[in-house]
Design a protein around this ligand. Structure first.
Ligand code: F6R
Length: 608
């Protein structure tokens, strides 16, 4: 997490750096800072809180330098404060950092033993001090960084600016992403292409372990052994996407409403609309029918997409699926089958745990398939084959359209696997594709009832705890409902498989506890009705998300119904995501929460 921007410019850069940082605020937003060289001398401004606070500080005390670095922070070491905000500086240099220096304690002790004093509680200040000590030894910034990088353990992206060096910036990448942008007599450094989109569409990604020496005239790349290497320039389309809220109050609202369009766009990429058949837009470097097992791993909402997909792969393709959150998978030394495929799901493609899980699976002989939204990301680049989601940039911290696009891609992959393994007949395949093609229209229909969901959410915003229930593929959707509500409204929510209720959580039920039941009319619907009866018998308040007919069929009095259009059951999770997201969104709005940038969170989690 944390966002980095650096500019070697020809005009004052501070406000341009802040523009770039605004595009990175999704990576963290608890404090921010900029340093530039003014007549060769380092000067910096920092502020606690969102970027607007830094902008205010820069208005009061402008920075006029033509070369500078900036940072927006998601705190790992040291609480959010101006003192802990980046850039961290010495008399020789300023540095910004994304990631964690894991051995910072031992390095700090050695530096303190040399009489150096620390101002902040951060691991980053160790980098500033360590490189400064090397500079006193070598008197050469490039040699000092080269000697220092090998001493840092952990995952990081760094950008350095040096006192008295108007034509030098150094970037380094290990684990966390970093890109170089090419301009006309100007050079740029940024955490991703989106940050650099206002300045250039020509990008070079640093490979893992690379570092780069930037001057106004160009860049020299070195690998982890300090050998000079060539890295390709790429054209990016990041700038083509307008990052604004349109007519919506929040990015999250805009992204929820974009779903019929982006899910439709994603479907069109995977389905031949003329024949109604799935047509994967890439060759798979494995044989579906030869696979023994699919191992899935991801984090957060992307993990929940994987949980839904487990039901699809097992049902359509009879392919056993094992799934785990990536932070567990990467360390649990799972034995992996000889004929195994590993699937990683990630919006950003940079999530540290997911990337580490991918590397583990690769080392253990698995073919790697990834479902990602950022095709140039680390996860995409390290996969054998990439199945893109065409959601476009997702800015709201809570994942919405990326999630439904992940589900859409996973549904197409599961159907393709079923057909290839002979576990789905041609006619079943065609029926499933017909159901999939109906999804964007059903999402649009559901969005028309937003006002009703808003009313339910207003009531929800008055309680302190909520229970979500679902069966089958609606169980992961219950997990997603609880996650969304927690992260943006801060209302405590838990999710259970409806059949588990009686094994413990039923003790929580009383008239104050809303129970949100996600139950499309599928083969398990009657079982879920029995669980609703158990809740009703104990005075619980039920909100049923299902179609009106199903609600009437339940025979329960006093049921609140979030009315869904009738639909086939197989891909209902993709459509049912919409009311789940809207409930969380409107509850958070009713509570006056910061919907797009909830406290303590960041969009891209590049630390463990
Ligand atoms: C929740 C949310 C997170 C992400 C998770 C993984 O709304 O957005 O749980 O899903 O941090 O991120 P990616 O998909 O970028 O790997």
């Amino acid at each position: 997490m944390c966002g980095i921007v650096g500019i070697l410019g020809t005009t004052p850069v501070a406000s341009l750096i802040v523009d770039g940082l605004k595009r990175l605020e999704y990576r963290g937003y608890d404090s921010a800072g900029v340093a530039t060289l003014e007549r060769g001398r380092l000067d910096r401004r920092r502020a606690e809180g969102k970027l607007r606070n830094l902008e205010a500080r820069l208005r009061e005390q402008p920075l006029d330098g033509l070369i500078g670095i900036g940072h927006t922070r998601w705190a790992t070491h040291g609480r959010p404060s101006e003192r802990n905000a980046h850039p961290h500086a010495t008399d020789k240099l300023a540095v910004v950092h994304n990631g964690i220096i894991e051995n910072f304690r031992e390095l700090r002790e050695s530096l303190q033993a040399d009489g150096l004093r620390f101002e902040s509680e951060t691991d980053t200040e160790v980098v500033a001090q360590y490189v400064t000590r090397e500079m006193r030894r070598t008197n050469d910034p490039v040699a000092a960084v080269a000697a220092s990088l090998a001493q840092f353990r952990g995952a990081f992206a760094l950008a350095f600016l040096f006192d008295g060096e108007e034509d030098l910036m150094i970037g380094a990448r290990r684990g966390a992403p970093l890109a170089v942008g090419w301009g006309e007599g100007e050079m740029y450094l940024g955490s991703d292409a989106l940050a650099l989109a206002p300045f250039t569409d020509t990008i070079t990604y640093l490979e893992d372990g690379d570092w780069v020496v930037l001057r106004h005239g160009g860049a020299e790349f070195r690998d982890q052994n300090n050998a000079v290497v060539q890295r390709p320039k790429q054209k990016t389309s990041a700038g083509a996407f307008l990052v604004d809220k349109g007519a919506h109050r929040h990015f999250m609202a805009k992204e929820i409403h974009e779903q019929p369009e982006v899910v439709g766009r994603t479907l069109a990429h995977y389905i031949d609309m003329a024949t109604g058949r799935v047509r994967l837009p890439f060759e798979v470097p494995f044989d579906w029918s030869d696979l023994d097992r699919l191992t899935v791993s991801a984090c957060g909402t992307a993990y929940i997409a994987g949980l839904v997909a487990k039901y699809w792969f097992e049902r359509f393709a009879r392919l056993p699926v094992e799934i785990d959150v990536a932070s567990e998978f990467r360390y649990r030394e799972a034995p992996l089958p000889r004929k195994g495929l590993a699937l990683f799901i990630s919006q950003s493609g940079e999530t540290a745990d997911t990337l580490a899980g991918l590397r583990y699976a690769k080392e253990n002989g698995q073919k790697i398939l990834s479902v990602v939204n950022v095709p140039t990301s680390s996860i995409a680049r390290e996969s054998d084959v990439v199945a893109p989601t065409l959601a476009g940039p997702e800015i709201g911290v809570a994942s919405t359209k990326a999630f439904t696009c992940q589900l859409t891609v996973l549904a197409c992959l599961a159907v393709a696997a079923g057909l290839a393994r002979g576990t789905l007949s041609e006619s079943e395949g065609l029926r499933l594709v017909t159901e999939l093609i109906a999804v964007p229209g059903l999402m649009a229909e559901t969005l028309k009832h937003e006002h009703e969901v808003e009313q339910v959410a207003r009531d929800l915003s008055k309680v302190s705890d909520v229970l979500y229930l679902g069966r089958g593929s609606s169980f992961p959707m219950a997990l997603e409902g609880a996650l969304k509500l927690k992260e943006i409204s801060y209302i405590h929510a838990e999710a259970y498989a409806a059949g588990e209720l009686k094994h413990g959580p039923i003790a929580l039920i009383d008239e104050t506890m809303p129970v949100i039941v996600i139950a499309p009319r599928d083969a398990l619907y009657e079982k879920t009705v029995s669980n609703m009866q158990e809740v009703a018998a104990r005075g619980g308040r039920i909100v049923l998300i299902s179609d009106a007919h199903a609600a009437a069929e339940s025979g329960l009095d006093g049921l609140e119904n979030v009315v869904m259009p009738p639909m086939g059951a197989d891909f209902a999770p993709i459509v049912y995501a919409v009311p789940i997201q809207l409930l969380a969104y409107w509850a958070a709005v009713a509570l006056g929460k910061d919907v797009d940038q909830p406290r303590n969170l960041a969009k891209s989690v590049t630390v463990e």
